[in-house]
Design a binder for this molecule. Structure first.
Ligand code: DGL
Length: 273
């Protein structure tokens, strides 16, 4: 592909479902010229309770699918896949691919004063201790307190972000973390920013809540600039959405959180890739 077509080629963004839209939203805001192909693996969500082998297999299939769309770079907008599959996939492809964990950890290390950082994430993400490793590589004396919150994903996917039951689930998962001295907490699953205002209200002002999406979009910009493939064509960006299960529910959800009208989502059979 020549450099001009590489510039206008889309960025691939994927997640197990709707969570990655919180990252796509941030990319749309910070990089308004970039075309995006988004894939949500709605037939196989949640990833957080799956084994490493399956998370790698799913991620590999999605990357193959995105490559059929000639993407110039890929953002794994899923902490679970970033924690368990990024290293493996990075060695298999020759386009830039990045996850959300390094940007999230970096933002938290910058924000914390006392070095005590909470991480809420899926079971697989917390078990992998990837956040702990990355945070400690940046600040060796940091203390990291991880908490799996598996019910947050179905609550978000079912549109229960504002439901009273969510308050109770937040308290069940996060009360022990609230009782510690954390001054910074990472929303270590891309679904959780959709519960952000509830979590901010729960922790109060003492705890700074980090959404890795912001820093991830900044990193993407840097990588595209470094490679000379930032889209400067000045055309309105094009966004395409694909899922592995029924499209309607996803389209409705995407329309409720994106500042852009999602006309249609296409369903594909991801097992073919
Ligand atoms: N949104 C994903 C993450 O950031 C995965 C949620 C799930 O499928 O369990 O970890």
């Amino acid at each position: 592909m020549d450099i001009k077509s590489r510039k206008t080629a889309p960025v691939g963004v994927f997640d197990s479902g709707v969570g990655g839209l919180t990252v796509a939203r941030e990319i749309m805001r910070q990089l308004p010229n970039e075309n995006i192909v988004y894939f949500g693996d709605t037939a196989r969500v949640p990833y957080g309770s799956k084994s490493r082998n399956n998370i790698i297999r799913f991620s590999r299939q999605i990357v193959h699918f995105l490559q059929t769309k000639d993407v110039k770079a890929i953002v794994i907008a899923c902490n679970t896949a970033s924690a368990l599959a990024l290293d493996t996939i990075q060695e298999e492809i020759d386009i830039p691919i990045m996850g959300v964990i390094v940007p999230g950890a970096r933002a938290a290390v910058r924000e914390t004063r006392n070095g005590i950082i909470g991480v809420a994430g899926t079971e697989a993400t917390i078990r992998s201790e990837t956040y702990t490793k990355v945070i400690r590589s940046l600040r060796p004396d940091a203390k990291v307190i991880g908490q799996p919150c598996p019910l947050f994903v179905p609550l978000v996917e079912e549109g229960f972000a504002k439901h009273p039951i969510t308050e109770e689930v937040i308290d069940i998962y996060l009360s022990s973390m609230k009782a510690t001295d954390i001054d910074t907490m990472i929303l270590g699953c891309t679904h959780y920013p959709l519960l952000r205002s509830r979590i901010i209200a729960y922790f109060g002002e003492k705890v700074h809540i980090v959404n890795p999406a912001y820093e991830t979009a900044m990193d993407l910009k840097k990588v595209l600039e470094e490679q000379g493939i930032l889209n400067d064509a000045g055309q309105p960006a094009r966004y395409d959405f694909y899922v592995s299960d029924t499209a309607e529910k996803f389209t409705e959800f995407a329309n409720s959180i994106l500042p852009y009208d999602v006309a249609a989502t296409r369903q594909i059979n991801i097992e073919e890739y």
